[in-house]
Structures are given as C-alpha cells and as structure tokens.
Design a binder for this molecule. Structure first.
Ligand code: PBG
Length: 361
C-alpha cells in the first residue's frame, strides 16, 4: 500500500522504493527523507542505492512536501530558502524518516539541535552552466542578450564578463527555467550538478571555470542529515560511512565557513570554491558588487590529509581566514551580505555546522 514504485537495485536483492505517505520504522528498512522535486528524487535515489548496497537493507524514499514546494507566496515571506530544509528536519526529528537528503548549498549554515551532517557524498560538478539558445557561449551571445538567473552572485559574475547583458530574474525548477531558453530568454545559468543529475547535460553550452567564477558554497554537494543519537549506531553508521567522501566534505565545509563568517545568506553575491591538491586544501572566494563592477577575490590554503585528526578543524579555520581577509578587503562595503545595505557593519564569526562526534570523516 505504501509502495508506488519498487525496483530491484541488484545489490544483494535489496530494494529501493518510493513510499507515499508515512512508513513505519522496521528493522530491515532504512527510510530516507527527500523533497519531491525531480532533482531531489534523482539525487536521493542515488544515495539510497549506496545505502542499500552497504547495509543489505531495503531503503524507502519518504517524500516530504515542504511549504516552499506548495506555496506561491514569495520565499521571503515563508522565511527564506530555509523552508525547504526545516520541514525535512522536522520529519527527521519526529522519527518519520531516518535520514534527510539536502542539496548542501540550500542548507543554512547554522547548527540544528539534535541533528548533524552524517555524510557528505562525493561531489558532482560544482561549476555553473550556461544554457543558451543555438549552442551559444557567453562570449558569442549578441549584445544586450537576455540571460535569466535568480542568483545575485551569478548576475554579478555575468555582468563582470559582459556588462552589456540584460540579466533578468528567474525562478522555478530546473525544467521550468530551461523552458524559457529560446522563448523569452537567450540563455539561463544553472548548476551543472542539477542538469547532469537530471540527464539534461546536453542543454549546457558552456561550463564556467571555477577560478573565474567561484560557485555557491557547497554547490554540487549533498548533505545527509541524521539524528545525532543515531549517527554512530548500526546500521546508520555503516550507511553513512559508505556515503561520506573526505575530500568533498572538507571542501564543502571550508566553503560554508566563508558564508557563516560573512554572515551571508543565499541572496548575497558570494562565491567560494575549494579543492584538495598535493596534500593541501585550497580555498578561493569572491565577494562582488551586485552590478559586477567590483570583485574582491582571495585564495588561501592549508595542509590537509584525509582521516588525519590534526586536520579535523582545518576546513573551518581556512574558511574563517578567507572570510576575515574578505572583510579586510572591504567586502561589507561593496556588497549586501545579509540583505542589509552595503557598508553596514558585519561582525565576523558564527556557529559552525554541527559536527557529529564519531561521524565518518
Ligand atoms: N538553488 C536551487 C538549487 N539547489 C541545488 C541545485 C542543484 C545544484 C546543486 O546540487 O548544488 C539547485 C539548482 C541550481 O542552482 O541550478
């Protein structure tokens, strides 16, 4: 009755299936909470298949409908993008699911009592994608071309390269946004990760290099949240350990520490992108003015090795240092960081992501 669509994963005969409505806890079953959008279901299915293979258990996708999905009220009235996240967290705390899968870039940086990030899986392509009509690249778009994005960071980065563009506000899910290309817009900018996960890679006409256009902190990464008491208990711990990817975790946490220290929200023109190379964690971040005419960029790095307890706090330290440097360069003077006017005084420092003791690294 609960199962709409079941399929075998082929992994030791376990099943991954989509449940409609409530599913009771059962010993042989893991329940993974997800939003119901095509993108959310696609990425949660991948997560569920890894969990099933690692534990030998069945995995149910529990679709949680959030107010952000059903309401037509502006996001600002619903309490910002956090509405997508808080309903999933409520379901987790209420025991309606055992895990919650989020796009990491949509997760507010503040800690949530009783919940922690149990795993950050291997990240998809973190870059932004231009999806233009007729296969056009950014340089090839005609003067004054109309490009859609709802992100102030993407708008600033577009205008920095092409001040002549007519950047238009754009909302809605991935397919809605793509549907505007060649109709009333010449192009839209979306995350490569979402397009690749949805099988829409062929719509991409250019992938912007991260060193020229740092993406949103955490873009392309997922976060698997778990009740803090369950993180180290079997079978949850085995499922999380199979999913966690140390380099992706370190990179994403460093990027998010920039955002937390700047006390910047998703509406702030802030990009941050980290990678691991030659035993070092390298973090590049940018704060731009909304019109793209002013861009502050800094790159810093620290030694880092997977699994080394000495480097457990390195991502947060690196992110804080980069954000402090951006403050010194005048970030608060050129950009609205949390919806306040440019120039407003921004104290640094904010509570970091909750980290679970004993959670897989
Ligand atoms: N803000 C919406 C959002 N949240 C996560 C993704 C998909 C990319 C990802 O997983 O980071 C998107 C769409 C987009 O930015 O194009």
């Amino acid at each position: 009755m609960n199962t709409l669509d079941r399929h075998n994963t082929g992994a030791e005969g376990t099943r991954v299936f989509v449940a409609e409505g409530a599913v009771d806890a059962a010993p042989g079953l893991l329940r993974v909470g997800t939003r119901g959008s095509a993108l959310a279901v696609a990425q949660t299915t991948t997560v569920a298949e890894i969990m099933a293979a690692a534990t030998g258990l069945d995995v149910a996708l529990v679709i949680v409908t959030t107010q952000g999905d059903t309401s037509r009220a502006p996001l600002s009235q619903l309490g910002g993008t956090g509405v997508f996240v808080s309903t999933l967290r409520d379901a987790l705390l209420a025991g309606e699911c055992d895990f919650a899968v989020h796009s990491l870039k949509d997760l507010p940086t503040g800690a949530c009592p009783g919940i922690g990030i149990g795993a950050i899986p291997e990240r998809a392509d973190a870059r932004d994608a231009l999806c233009a009509r007729d296969g056009l690249t950014l340089d090839a778009l005609p003067s004054g071309a109309r490009v859609g994005t709802g992100s102030p960071r993407r708008a600033a980065q577009l205008l920095a390269r092409r001040p002549d563009l007519d950047v238009r506000d754009l909302r809605g899910n991935v397919d809605t946004r793509l549907g505007r290309v060649g109709v009333d817009l010449d192009a839209v900018v979306l995350a490569c990760a979402g397009l690749d996960r949805l099988g829409r890679s062929e719509s991409i006409t250019e992938r912007f290099p991260l060193d020229e256009a740092p993406a949103a902190p955490g873009q392309g990464a997922l976060a698997i949240e778990v009740r803090a008491d369950d993180a180290t208990r079997s079978p949850y711990a085995e499922a999380l350990a199979a999913l966690d990817h140390a380099e992706s975790r370190a990179s994403a946490l460093a990027e998010r520490a920039v955002l937390a220290t700047l006390e910047a929200g998703c509406g702030a023109p802030v990009g941050a992108t980290a990678h691991v190379g030659e035993g070092r964690l390298v973090l590049r971040a940018e704060v731009a003015s909304l019109d793209g005419t002013q861009r502050l960029v800094t790159v810093e790095e620290l030694p880092w090795a997977a699994g080394d307890p000495e480097h457990a706090q390195t991502p947060q330290r690196l992110g804080r240092a980069v954000a402090q440097r951006l403050f010194e360069m005048g970030a608060a003077m050129i950009a609205p960081l949390s919806g306040t006017a440019p120039g407003a005084d921004r104290p640094g420092g904010s509570r970091p992501d909750s980290s679970l003791p004993g959670a897989p690294r």
